[in-house]
Write a protein that binds this ligand. Sequence first.
Ligand code: XMP
Length: 523
Amino acid sequence: MSSASRPSGEELVLILDFGSQYTQLLAQRVRETQTYCEIVPSTITASELAARSPIGVILSGGPSSVYDASAPTIDSGIYELGIPILGVCYGQQLTCKRFGATVEPASRREYGFAELTVNAQGLSTPLFSGMSPRSQAWMSHGDQVTSLGAEFETLASTPTCPNAAVRMKSRAFYGVQFHPEVTHTSEGGTLIRNFVVGICGSSQSWTAKNFVSSSIERIREQVGDARVICGLSGGVDSAVVAALISRAIGDRLTCICVDNGMMRKNEIANIAKIFSENFDVNLIVSDAEERFLTALRGVGDPQEKRKIIGKTFIDVFATEAKRIEGATFLAQGTIYPDVIESGSSVGGHAATIKFHHNVGGLPSDLEFKLVEPLRDLFKGDVRRVGLELGLPEELVWRHPFPGPGLAVRCLGPVDKDSLDCLREADAIVVDEIVSAGLYRETSQVFAVLLPVKSVGVMGDGRTYDNVVAVRCVSTVDFMTADWSRLPYDVLAKISSRIINEVKGVNRVVYDISSKPPATIEWE
Ligand code: XMP
């Protein structure tokens, strides 16, 4: 089993995944302790695991019951390696059952907050070092450990869960029934740091600064004297990739920014300014607005619009790329969740080319080798690296923006006038959210131009104009999202500015739908 690209000499924590919805969160929490970690399938063998020399192992939670006929388990040899292990939820139950404790269904599935009481024994262990005897813990389980047998002792409990945290007497194993990785567990971050630093002995050397210097070395080694091209979309991932590669190979990097006419207000000018002022890169801005608008004329179906934009993007990018002599490498902003989701976290490289989520790839006559310096990073890591590279905060903390851009927020067929109208309204939404200090608290904020007209009155006259919907959501993973409870004053300001400043709009509505059942985008 090979690592995607474990930084050389870097300490490693391995997370064995039993399929919990929180596994990625667990990995992010470990990374926040400045310790490198990877998620691997729970089927890893003891010898494969030993070959990776991890300083610690975490067994994740998962949807199974240890009594399911096909319940996943781990190679027992892993317990004999002498490596500290933390079992979370299913990981705790599995280990407790394996070593003689009893696991039984709780009287009812426990989901939500519980008050955690750490006993005197618990408080004396390094796992609970510096933690309060009472705190809040987040529970999500059906089974729980009931009687412990001779091998374990209880460290903490909740009113309904007598063995909410346990320790094994003969091995460096700790188990918790609750989820320290979710923010609802008030001291969860401390517990994870206690395990990784206090118990596994991490020297906390996996910092953004060290990542930047080791990445630069790796990129130089991989690329040699060749040239690299990189698509810049205005998003944080591609910007960080470009900044890193530029630090590594200077002006042998050429960035291509395709202006498809669906970008946010001043987006292209801003990105060009940041890169020309701070980095030694060649930047090509390809003005393809006309081409995109022509291809999209009269097309109202959302998926069809996406397909056309994806294909046109590839055509434009490929034409520009062919002009750059000696370019044999293509840089991509693939990040760790993409790698995990493509199922290639164990060895191998994701083969897909990701310009947009919905784009199939470059034509086969355009062959590039890939440079993917962020493929081991979560979004939070990418942002820390961006700041380390000197990228401005407003770029580093940018909300995600879909590949097809404003086209999927301008419902139905699009044209230049409707996109310009939406661009202005969108800029006002973002501007007011930033002014109110709410940009970092929210995950995505934008305007949507609806394909309906409504009656209004302005001055003495009747108007019959467009309606703009404002969408503002908070989410951790973009799979579920809640609409943001914006203060009325902020909503009022957004509404009055859009109606007064954007020609052709006489009504603003606020979208109060959560995902699911709604999606974040309207198309
Ligand atoms: P939904 O609308 O599915 O969006 O709740 C979830 C996240 O994905 C983004 N999104 C896209 N990103 N190409 C992209 O690159 C697309 O076609 C696309 N559609 C949605 C959306 O902005 C949100 O962050």
